[in-house]
Ligand binder design. Sequence first.
Ligand code: SF4
Length: 117
Amino acid sequence: MTVFTSQPAVDTGLGTEEATLALTWTRSIEWDTDDWRKGAACRDTDPDLFFPIGTTGQAIDQIEAARSVCVECDVRDACLEFALATNQESGVWGGTSEEERRKLRKAWLAARRRRSA
Ligand code: SF4
């Protein structure tokens, strides 16, 4: 599945050339955004809980409270994979914080590259 394709102009030093950039992935979990969200444990919670401002102080309590909802969620894997695949940088997704997801995404992208090589 192609997620995003662009053709930015690239200056190679020998003139400007068109390059094609595409982010692609093969889902390891079949998710349909409408479908998995129906099973989300956070559907009836305050969305602000999942999008704390910052990563210190009160935000730490908020992140932990959001995680406690995620622990009980039946669609946690699909939620996390969606967040990784669509590069959700903000908030708690699939029981992970923004910082955790940045680290996970690097490993997730590397694993995808290895599988497609
Ligand atoms: S894993 Fe957490 S953020 Fe994702 S749908 Fe479930 S409760 Fe919501």
